[in-house]
Design a protein around this ligand. Structure first.
Ligand code: ADP
Ligand code: MG
Length: 232
């Protein structure tokens, strides 16, 4: 679906939250690489998509009412065959319905398991005084505990993107450590520019959260994304 169709459908359904699938479609159209992620409404569809993608796959609950999917038991990774996909589908449905009884669940999203990389986050928030601000940081404990995140006002230029990456305290982790491959910095720079362009050309987006993004020697991929629209 085209970006404007995704936004129009959300508006029509009177919701400001996009699903992971919709968010990744929007990002992909702005040149931001995401795992190809498809919706399965039933267990049989989940198996069919998994066979198409090839194992191992990841299943996640697809619901605009469940923002933190793993907290509700809504994420199952590294599923290696049909039986594991079927069991994961049932487990996800059961625990999500228990965790959030009122949630509207449209099914599960199916995607390939991405190979491990250095985890970073990218996003955008709208600051009451500065307007849209882009953020970049290292994933996991670095953002949650250490708040090691760089911010810039949008739009940014290529030099701003590089500055953001360089000012992270944990920058060394992007240079490769303990056998982990170094991160492709120019690729990350371009991703930040693409994100800035998307925000600049789509004022109806209120917030973007890409967490995590896996970074490699030869590129990067967004494995989870969340987009919130401005309420009208
Ligand atoms: P949430 O943040 O809503 O709990 P995520 O989609 O971020 O859910 O999934 C939780 C974790 O599962 C991620 O932080 C990541 O480590 C792992 N994960 C999710 N999708 C993939 C994927 N396609 N490949 C590999 N790991 C994944
Ligand atoms: Mg996440």
């Amino acid at each position: 679906m085209k970006a404007n169709e995704i936004l129009a459908r959300a508006r029509q359904e009177k919701r400001v939250v996009l699903t992971e699938i919709e968010a990744k479609q929007l990002l992909m159209q702005s040149g931001i690489n995401c795992t190809d992620t498809r919706l399965a409404a039933t267990k049989a569809e989940a198996v069919q998509l998994s066979e198409q993608f090839g194992y191992p796959v990841v299943l996640k609950v697809s619901s605009v009412d469940i923002p933190h999917k793993s907290d509700s038991g809504g994420v199952k990774v590294n599923l290696k065959n049909q039986a594991e996909v079927e069991a994961a589908f049932e487990a996800i449905m059961l625990s999500c319905k228990t965790a959030v009884p009122t949630a509207r669940i449209e099914g599960v999203s199916v995607q390939c398991l991405a190979k491990p990389g250095t985890e970073v986050i990218m996003g955008m928030i709208k600051d009451p005084s500065f307007g849209p601000v882009i953020m970049f940081g290292l994933g996991g404990v670095f953002v949650e505990v250490l708040k090691d995140v760089a911010f810039r006002i949008i739009p940014i230029e290529k030099s701003d993107a590089l500055e953001m990456i360089n000012e992270i305290k944990g920058k060394k982790l992007l240079e490769g450590y303990r056998g982990q491959e170094p991160a492709n910095i120019p690729y990350l720079q371009q991703m930040l520019l693409n994100l800035s362009d998307l925000v600049n050309t789509t004022p109806e987006i209120q917030e973007i959260d890409m967490n995590p993004v896996f970074v490699y020697k030869d590129g990067a991929v967004v494995v989870d994304a969340r987009i919130i629209l401005a309420s009208v």
